[in-house]
Design a protein around this ligand. Structure first.
Ligand code: 1HN
Length: 364
């Protein structure tokens, strides 16, 4: 009888294990059963209106007088993510650089993209010694561990969107950072023939080994916009409209190893079908007026607003105008999710699933 009394309860045993920093798998049961049907979206759907952001950027110009090695970038914190981030993997912000200002060179293992809002082409970013002029709606990559500084020699302030893989990198505890030694700005490659960007197009030097990763790239709006207009004539995706992925010309894959950039056109009155997927995304409104509904939350957006769509949340986009198109730039974490074969979508897979247009058959 005494023996029976000394028999440990499971609760006592769990507590004992806890003191040894051990836990039984049975304690994971609750966590696992909560995942039947998939994860809860991490973070909220949230919108940062341009009006507020722009006002705060102007104020920041007075308060943070010089950026030095820091950046005058206002970063968007998702109210549903106590540890920071715009989604659980992505950090988005808007940066302003004053006339005559230089944001000093540094590099980090965080991968970043810039999408230009305001700049006249004389404003530029230098990436690993290559000058990348910034014109409105250009996309410029600063792949992981590339030196980058930003310079505004003009009389007007310049503005762009920053998106980085910060929360993901921090989650894996992989951040490395290095300020550029000695100088504010990095040395630039003087000879155009030394630019890596001249090795990424239709031709490349036959005598060189090919560098495939972490190449500075500028996707000029001048080149992208006509492509978008041509493809606007195709049916597009039921779930995303005419959504084009920026292609990394060296890999044929997404923009960067962790980030995929999209440019998406919603035709007048277009409303996409509702879906959800295991990737998350941040959006910047290039133009137009629309509404994105995430679960039950409707976010009305207009030019230059930014918003976040968390993963595994049902969402749909609508262009509210019957006469004007709407254009959205977005960055998502599909390369991360797909790298580990974790991409799932409901009610059906829509990424890279449809057959491309067939070769026309001649009638005989
Ligand atoms: C960064 O290095 C830049 O270089 C912008 O312009 C935003 C946000 C978090 C961490 C590093 C830049 C950043 C950033």
């Amino acid at each position: 009888m005494a023996k029976a009394e000394t028999k440990k309860t499971l609760q006592q045993f769990d507590e004992e294990l806890k003191r040894q920093h051990i836990s039984g798998q049975w304690l994971y049961e609750g966590l696992l059963t909560a995942c039947i049907g998939g994860p809860k979206p991490r973070g909220e759907a949230f919108i940062w209106p341009w009006k507020t952001v722009h006002e705060k950027l102007l104020e920041a110009c007075g308060v943070l007088e010089e950026s030095f090695t820091a950046r005058r970038s206002l970063l968007f914190n998702n109210p549903g993510l106590p540890t920071g981030g715009t989604t659980h993997t992505l950090l988005m912000g808007i940066q302003m650089i004053k006339p005559g200002e230089i944001a000093w060179a540094h590099r980090h293992t965080l991968a970043a993209i810039r999408f230009v809002v305001k700049g006249d082409g004389k404003v530029f970013t230098v990436v690993d010694g290559e000058k990348c002029p910034m014109e409105p709606n250009d996309l410029i990559l600063t792949p992981q561990w590339t030196w980058h500084d930003h310079q505004n020699p003009t009389g007007e302030s310049a503005v762009w969107v920053d998106v980085l893989d910060v929360p993901f990198l921090l989650g894996l505890n992989q951040p490395f950072y290095e300020p550029y030694p000695g100088n504010k700005v990095q040395a630039v490659r003087e000879k155009s023939s030394d630019h890596m960007q001249h090795r990424t197009g239709w031709v490349r030097p036959s005598w060189e080994d090919t560098k495939e990763r972490n190449i500075p790239l500028r996707y000029r709006w001048k080149d992208i916009e006509p492509q978008l207009r041509v493809l606007a004539d195709s049916p597009g995706s039921l779930y995303d409209g005419v959504a084009l992925e920026y292609v990394n010309p060296m890999t044929g894959g997404p923009t960067l190893a962790t980030l995929s950039c999209w440019i998406q056109l919603l035709r007048p009155g277009e409303r996409t079908k509702k879906h959800r997927h295991t990737s998350s995304a941040v959006y910047f409104v290039v133009g137009g007026n629309g509404t994105t509904i995430v679960n039950e939350k409707a976010m009305d957006w207009t030019k230059h607003d930014s918003f976040a769509v968390p993963n595994w949340a049902w969402h749909e986009h609508a262009n509210r105008s019957k006469s004007e198109e709407a254009i959205l730039f977005s960055v998502n974490d599909t390369p991360i999710v797909r790298a580990f074969h974790l991409y799932r979508e409901e009610p059906e897979d829509s990424l890279h699933t449809l057959a491309p247009p067939q070769v026309p058959a001649t009638e005989r």
